[in-house]
Ligand binder design. Structure first.
Ligand code: FEO
Ligand code: CA
Ligand code: CA
Length: 655
């Protein structure tokens, strides 16, 4: 999701931009000087201060030596780099095709009518591909890489770019002028899609009438499972049991489990709730505030009482979870897995630990919020998929503390912990996971986005997208830059290769931004070209060959002189920290998804909110988007779409 304060006419910071963490957990300002990354010292040629947060003369002087050191080093990526820039088109590396596979409004279910942007309809939208495609997962059918299911999150709606007549829309006025049918259509454009796709004659297409096809919306019935199911805070007028909820909201990134299910993660759920006076008068006011509830952005409370805090004070507790869905059974009931905690989830990077327990790494995407991991109590059964059905309902949730010496500790959020006695039970700890993490002394991070695990090396890569609110006296070793506008990436190594261990080592892989501006303090490998650097890392993927790919959110002509895109980042050897641009978004869009088929011959990416404004003072609407990608037809709004990237003539991507 684009940083809301970067949107046109933002009256105040919103969503992930508004720090709600008022705990006094240390920012380690007094121990910053204690640490110099061991790797940086070892690689003296690339030495960059972890302390100052700027490149400074040391790194600049060292660059020529570094360049010499990498002569002849073997790159793990090999493709002609895309030129960075900004225009209304998408661009992919020479020698590749990048074809639109499915757009907002295209048919998912067999009965879907043709897309008609002039007539918003909830009924039609419930059968069509939703808006703002984000996470993509590919589940092979019959073990094939040319046929499978794509599962796609529909994170949120840009109503001002979907419907006509919202000219003059401002963020201050929010969405109050939407009609009832537009609101209902937008509710149906949220959630997710399951589509069957196949590649024939080199071309990917959606299989029409597939038995797997499914739309999940803001109204789809779901079960609440795990320790917080049935908790008093989960009970509502419509659901006195506290175990059944309608819909999922703001599903950002996610993950695929080894047993073939889709983990889809609710992020900025606070945007959908209204009723601020009631929230402030409530005995729960402090806990609401810690989650930014109610944000009062979407006017859904006008039509549906559950989004009005005055009428339904507990509904907000039923969002902010990881949802597990079986995409192979369109009748299956999605399950909100409360054992994984409630916060503004980004994704669910996961791995089977060496002892068979299942581990899920998770970011809470808000300034000064935390990094979590879940370790299952039980072990995965690789022989029977169904045996893992409830594996995510019991286990331990941990939050990370990053220490100044390059070590870190996972702190357990468990009832009975001496620092968590204020919480009545485990359900309350999970529902208010942010507050429990505050009490444990977790490290306040620069907006944790995606985390992914390298299946072979066990290295964990954490994207921290930016945090311009971090002040110079609040930097710490793991978040070393004041006014961190461009973000950084941390590499974590679990002790003994054990993902269930409570200890880990960490170091900064790269600080992002334009390396040619010394004040920015970027630390890309000097082998990175002027096109290859990026700001604001967001989603990531580690491909079957163990290479790291990074999608960005927030680059544009004004901020970095380039659109968002997909970058290939070297993580090992002398080229470590070298980035290359592979795919570039059209104007206004952020890139999400990146997802490879197992044979690495196809890369699916999700182009989200094309046409959005890049000028804070000039809102874009359906009448004047910054791009009408991908149709470029008068009267047709820009449409978030999935793009399938393949190599001309076949072969693996990026080698
Ligand atoms: Fe939805 Fe944190 O990006
Ligand atoms: Ca983001
Ligand atoms: Ca994201």
């Amino acid at each position: 999701m684009t940083s809301p304060s970067d949107l046109p006419n933002a009256p105040f910071d919103m969503g992930e931009d508004t720090p709600s963490n008022r705990s006094d957990n240390p920012t380690l300002g007094d121990v910053i000087a204690a640490r110099m990354s061991r790797r940086d010292l070892m690689r003296g040629a690339l030495a960059v201060s972890v302390i100052s947060g700027t490149v400074g003369p040391l790194a600049i002087a060292a660059a020529p030596r570094a360049a010499r050191a990498i002569e002849g080093a073997k790159a793990r990526f090999d493709f002609p780099e895309v030129a960075a820039g900004s225009d209304a088109m998408h661009h992919v590396a020479e020698g590749y095709d990048a074809d639109v596979l499915i757009r907002w409004g295209d048919a998912v279910l067999a009965e879907a009518p043709a897309f008609d942007p002039a007539k918003p309809s909830a009924g039609a939208q419930e059968t069509q591909f939703g808006y703002n495609n984000d996470f993509i997962g590919f589940l092979p059918l019959e073990g094939r890489s040319d046929r499978g299911l794509l599962v796609v999150n529909h994170e949120y709606t840009n109503d001002e770019l979907m419907y006509f007549g919202l000219i003059g829309w401002t963020r201050k006025g929010k969405m109050a002028s939407l009609s009832d049918e537009q609101i209902r259509a937008s509710m149906a454009a949220h959630g997710g899609s399951v589509i069957e796709v196949e590649r024939a004659d080199g071309q990917w297409r959606v299989v029409k009438g597939s038995k797997y096809a499914r739309r999940i919306t803001a109204s789809t019935p779901m079960d609440i499972t795990g320790p917080a199911a049935g908790h008093g805070l989960m009970k509502t007028g419509a659901d006195p049991s506290g175990t059944r909820v309608l819909g999922m909201l703001n599903n950002c990134a996610g993950g695929i489990t080894p047993w073939g299910t889709w983990l889809t993660c609710e992020e900025n759920f606070n945007f959908y709730f209204s009723g601020n006076d009631a929230a402030q008068a409530s005995p729960l006011a402090d806990t609401y505030a810690r989650y930014g509830v109610p944000e009062d952005y979407y006017p859904w409370g006008r039509l549906d009482a559950r989004f009005d805090m005055a009428r339904e004070p507990n509904e907000c507790h039923r969002f902010g979870w990881v949802v597990e869905i079986d995409p192979f059974d369109p009748t299956s009931v999605p399950k909100k897995r409360t054992a994984l905690g409630r916060f503004k989830h980004e994704g669910a990077g996961n791995i089977v630990n060496s002892d068979g327990r299942f581990v899920v790494y998770q970011g809470d995407d808000q300034r000064f919020d935390y990094v979590y991991k879940f370790v299952s109590a039980g072990k995965i059964d690789v022989t029977k998929k169904a045996a893992n059905r409830d594996l995510l309902d019991s286990g331990t949730l941990y939050v990370a503390r990053f220490d100044a010496d390059g070590r870190g500790e996972w702190l357990p959020l468990v009832a009975g912990h001496p620092k968590l006695t204020a919480f009545a039970d485990q359900g309350a700890i999970l529902i208010h996971a942010r507050l429990a993490a505050d009490a444990l002394g977790a490290t306040k991070m620069d907006r944790p986005e995606d985390i992914d695990v390298h299946a072979k090396t066990g290295k964990v890569f954490l994207m921290l997208t930016n945090n311009s609110k971090r002040t110079a006296d609040a930097v710490d070793a793991a978040n070393p830059r004041p006014e961190n506008r461009f973000g950084h990436i941390i590499e974590m190594t679990p002790d003994g290769g054990d993902h269930a261990a409570t200890g880990f080592a960490w170091e900064i892989l790269v600080k992002c931004g334009d390396p040619s501006i010394a004040e920015v303090g970027a630390t890309f490998n000097p082998a990175t070209s002027k096109d290859g650097w990026f700001g604001m890392p967001d989603n990531c993927a580690i491909d079957a060959d163990g290479r790291l790919w990074i999608a960005t959110d927030g680059n544009n002509a004004q901020v970095t002189g380039r659109t968002d895109g997909l970058f290939a980042l070297e993580t090992e050897g002398p080229l470590r920290g070298t980035s290359r641009l592979f795919f570039r978004c059209p104007t206004g869009a952020e890139l999400c998804g990146p997802c490879f088929t197992p044979d690495l011959e196809t890369l699916f990416v999700a182009v989200q909110h094309p046409g959005e404004s890049e000028d804070k003072n000039v809102p874009a609407t359906t009448e004047n988007p910054t791009s009408r990608w991908p149709d470029f037809k008068d009267g047709m709004p820009p449409r978030p779409s999935i793009v399938a990237i393949t190599r001309k003539g076949g072969g693996k991507i990026g080698v």
